[in-house]
Design a protein around this ligand. Sequence first.
Ligand SMILES: CC(C)(COP(=O)(O)OP(=O)(O)OC[C@H]1O[C@@H](n2cnc3c(N)ncnc32)[C@H](O)[C@@H]1OP(=O)(O)O)[C@@H](O)C(=O)NCCC(=O)NCCS
Length: 188
Amino acid sequence: MQIVDLKNAGALAKEQAARILVEAFKVSAPLAWPTMHDALEEVEDSFGDDRISRAAIDETGRVVGWIGGIDAYDGHAWELHPLAVDPQFHGQRIGTGLMRDFEDRMRERGVATIWLGTDDESNQTSLGGVDIYPDVLQAAANIKNLRRHAFGFYQKMGYIVVGLIPDANGFGKPDILMAKRISEKGRS
Ligand SMILES: CC(C)(COP(=O)(O)OP(=O)(O)OC[C@H]1O[C@@H](n2cnc3c(N)ncnc32)[C@H](O)[C@@H]1OP(=O)(O)O)[C@@H](O)C(=O)NCCC(=O)NCCS
């Protein structure tokens, strides 16, 4: 597997990345990118200024995963958005490879923090389907992974829960905010 800039990978690769987005989120977050049209727009957006967009390519030249990032705080903290691996290839360390590459690219830029939001739209965590007010931060601190929600993947990558957006996708469907410090010095 190699990891390349999606922007230079050709039209077929961009379509494959968009299809992965639709397929990977179909069950866990169906509101995210319901159609190829939505996903292709996301792919195009990922080539903008202050963005990074990297694709994992297998030995046949096919895109098997995609990761993107957005400079959100003047270079100090970047948002990881989005990350998706082709469901046929889950559990083969492709997500790990994309995260490592992404973090290396961020360190090259002197970024201190990577943060992300991962939605619970289908009651996969203890935060789904319940009213988390008023003790939102306590709910965040006590989060449990009930049905393999992706926050468990990010925890394995060293990210911690730093907050919640309650009802971000409708009642009982929060966005779980996570972050990781990737360089001690960061930018001056
Ligand atoms: C989350 C995702 C990117 C992981 O990619 P992957 O290539 O399957 O993950 P890896 O094989 O690199 O897994 C690395 C470790 O994380 C664990 N892991 C993977 N997905 C997990 C999940 N949903 N919950 C808990 N742990 C998970 C693996 O078991 C493995 O653990 P180990 O080191 O103890 O063996 C992939 O499942 C995916 O695209 N999911 C759908 C889209 C999505 O949820 N994106 C992120 C949300 S914003």
